[in-house]
Write a protein that binds this ligand. Structure first.
Ligand SMILES: NC(=O)C1=CN([C@@H]2O[C@H](COP(=O)(O)OP(=O)(O)OC[C@H]3O[C@@H](n4cnc5c(N)ncnc54)[C@H](O)[C@@H]3O)[C@@H](O)[C@H]2O)C=CC1
Ligand SMILES: O=C(O)C(=O)[C@H](O)COP(=O)(O)O
Length: 374
């Protein structure tokens, strides 16, 4: 049995080879000829998959090691009798830590306390929900917008997008990309929304590029130098708009979810789904795959204030390590994908053990996702 796996899926060779012959291939472009004798296809977000691509091939299972699924036409796969499985939530912690890393950087640059700001979260699922919890733990006021959850009668207090725009100092998008339907998110942030943002708003997009109208954003940034913008995702990718890149404050190559843990969880979630599909169920413990983190333990004396939190966060992941390389190479074809393929190992905050002499600081660090002890 031959299984094609995206070459950007850590641990895929060793796991999938337990069940068949594995071939690691680029995701963009996918070498389609290899599908002719493949039973399973494991992709990431850069590979567009539909029934047409798989017609006439023996592929019976498609897995994506990603949270987003807009690159897969799951309805056409279902109609063709092809099973599909994704990896919901696999990299949610990574995206939350990307957002914190960015906000703490901007807070230091502009001299504000996060606790004095209101953060509007659009899309309160695996990413937005965890972001909400960590911001609340740090004492930051949040406003939540999630119409699908509100319509389902979820107990959380939700607001309209207009309310977030009117009240939030920081607006961060974490929705799936829906091109149509009742919860259409394509160009959710359009010209009108962008112009209506409060003075000095920070806008973050770490979900899908087209959720923010990039052409409108460029026009707005030419008129409004008060706004700060963090973009991890672009419209389009990989050929992002270089004028827009110049104007945003933090720019990265769709790597917000790229912790080793996040990617490895994506691989194991899809592997377990594949094993269940072929009738050989197996569970994989993430810890059995991951190497020891670079920084083991660090000691913290006294109280945890914002500058100290920033130092700890940036010790594990400083978003500038991804911003500068993108700006250097973005004009060259192929470099956006190369940065993503050759991504230097990044770990989650939980990889850092912080020894504290203050109980309150230890409790706070634990709530935020570090490992802390007294
Ligand atoms: N930059 C990156 O590396 C990553 C990007 N993503 C993107 O972020 C998206 C969100 O990720 P998760 O939180 O894991 O997904 P999720 O499916 O757990 O949560 C999405 C939430 O958005 C809500 N939602 C749907 N339509 C909405 C709308 N029009 N307005 C407001 N809320 C809406 C849903 O009800 C749900 O609660 C993914 O679909 C993916 O496209 C996810 C992981 C990494
Ligand atoms: O999980 C998602 O959704 C993402 O956006 C991924 O982090 C994107 O990574 P690739 O699948 O494009 O490697």
């Amino acid at each position: 049995m031959k299984i094609l796996v995206d070459e950007n899926m850590p641990y895929a060779r060793e796991l999938f080879s337990r069940t068949g012959e594995v071939l690691a291939v680029p995701g963009r472009p996918l070498p389609e000829a290899e599908l002719q004798d493949a039973s399973g296809l494991m992709v990431r977000s850069v590979t567009k998959v539909n029934a047409e691509l798989l017609a006439g091939t023996p592929v019976k299972f498609v897995g994506t090691a990603t949270a987003g699924t807009d690159h897969v036409d799951d309805a056409s796969l279902a109609a063709a009798g092809i099973a599909f499985s994704a990896a919901p939530g696999c990299n949610a912690i990574a995206v939350v830590e990307y957002v914190f890393s960015s906000l703490l950087l901007l807070a230091e640059r502009d001299g504000f306390e996060l606790r004095d700001r209101t953060v509007g979260i659009v899309g309160v699922g695996n990413v937005g929900g965890r972001l909400h919890k960590r911001l609340e733990a740090w004492g930051v006021k949040t406003l939540l917008c999630d119409p699908p959850r509100a319509d389902r009668g979820d107990q959380e207090r939700f607001h309209s997008l207009d309310e977030l725009v009117a009240q939030a100092d920081i607006l961060t998008f974490h929705t799936p990309l829906f091109k149509d339907g009742p919860y259409k998110s394509w160009h959710l942030a359009d010209m009108a929304l962008l112009m209506a943002l409060k003075p000095n708003t920070i806008l973050i997009n770490a979900c899908r590029g087209p959720v923010v109208d990039n052409a409108a954003l460029l026009e707005v940034l030419k008129m409004r130098s008060d706004l700060s913008v963090v973009l991890d995702v672009w419209e389009p990718e990989p050929d992002l708009n270089l004028d827009l890149l110049d104007k945003v404050d933090i720019a990265t190559a769709h790597i917000a979810g790229y912790t080793l843990e996040g990617k490895a969880r994506g691989t194991t979630q899809v592997f377990e789904a594949w094993c269940a599909f072929i009738g050989q169920p197996q569970q994989v413990a993430l810890e059995s795959l991951l190497p020891a983190p670079e920084f083991g333990t660090i000691t913290l004396h006294g109280k945890l204030d914002q500058p100290t939190l920033k130092r700890l966060v940036h010790l594990v992941y400083d978003v500038r390590r991804d911003d500068a390389p993108l700006r250097k190479v973005a004009a060259k074809p192929g470099e956006f994908d190369r940065l993503r393929k050759q991504y230097e190992e990044r770990r989650e905050w939980s990889s850092l053990q912080v020894k504290c002499d203050d109980a309150e600081s230890a409790a706070m660090l634990e709530k935020l996702g570090f490992r802390a002890s007294l």
